[in-house]
Design a protein around this ligand. Structure first.
Ligand code: PLP
Length: 237
């Protein structure tokens, strides 16, 4: 943890600086490709960090947070102001859908038709219309969740019948790499897949959730509308 010379915790200043830096890099990346910076939303990924640390980001005006575990998210929501926006970005088990649906603004990790159907059914029971993203396993990694690109294409017709789901678009997590440029081809793949499926379905699918601490600038250059940034804001985990 970071302390200043007087031994006082200086976390708030750091988080503020980190948020400003990430936002300015998002703006620069957007301008490089003639996009408007406002087209890109920053999700501060607060997983593993306690509510007191998240509160520091709230105190400097941040409102949109991402968590990857249902239990952890539910625990933190209770500690923090009720006007925050929460997105679930990690794998969701069907038995947790009922708990999470009422509290999140969006689910980025819809990774199978079965899960989509469960969310749709429970949303109907609860009277909700959840915003969701379809997670695509862009590199076909055995360790990752997500539709494979051909699979999401094959499932699209059935997914569109789920009338409770507001499908925003697509999400991906490229293979881990030291080099941001390594992610570019996967971001392009996701965007082109979106373009193709949007045309076929006649639905815009404007949302592209892609880019993390290491590669969010590249993601913005390739069309991300939401970047999910954790360690560059809160520090290493
Ligand atoms: C943890 C996580 C992030 C943020 O990762 P950082 O490298 O810390 O920015 C983004 N997306 C998902 C799905 C995650 O699990």
């Amino acid at each position: 943890m970071a302390y200043n010379k007087e031994g006082k915790w200086k976390g708030m200043a750091l988080i503020h600086d980190n948020l400003s830096l990430v936002k300015s890099k998002i703006s620069e990346a957007a301008r490089r490709v003639h996009r408007k910076p406002e087209e890109v939303e920053l999700i501060a990924v607060s997983k593993t960090f306690p509510s007191e640390i998240i509160r520091e980001a709230v105190e400097v005006g941040h409102r949109l947070f991402g968590e990857n575990r249902v239990q952890e998210l539910l625990g933190k929501i209770g500690d923090l102001p009720s006007d925050l926006r929460w997105h679930l970005i990690g794998h969701l088990q069907s038995n947790k859908v009922r708990k999470i649906l009422p509290v999140v603004e969006a689910i980025h990790s819809v990774d199978s038709l079965d899960l989509a159907r469960d969310i749709n059914r429970i949303a109907a029971e609860l009277g909700l219309f959840p915003k969701v993203f379809l997670e695509v396993n862009v590199a076909g990694e055995a360790t990752k969740h997500g539709f494979d690109p051909a699979g999401v294409e094959a499932a699209l017709e059935d997914l569109l019948k789920l009338d409770r789901l507001e499908i925003q678009g697509f999400m991906c997590v490229p293979p881990i790499s030291e080099k941001p440029e390594d992610s570019r081809k996967y971001f392009v793949l996701l965007r082109e897949l979106r373009d193709k499926l949007a045309k076929r379905a006649g639905v815009p699918f404007t949302g592209l959730s892609m880019g993390m601490s290491g590669d969010y600038a590249v993601a913005v250059e390739e069309g991300a509308t939401l970047v999910r940034v954790g360690s560059a804001i809160f520090g290493g985990r």
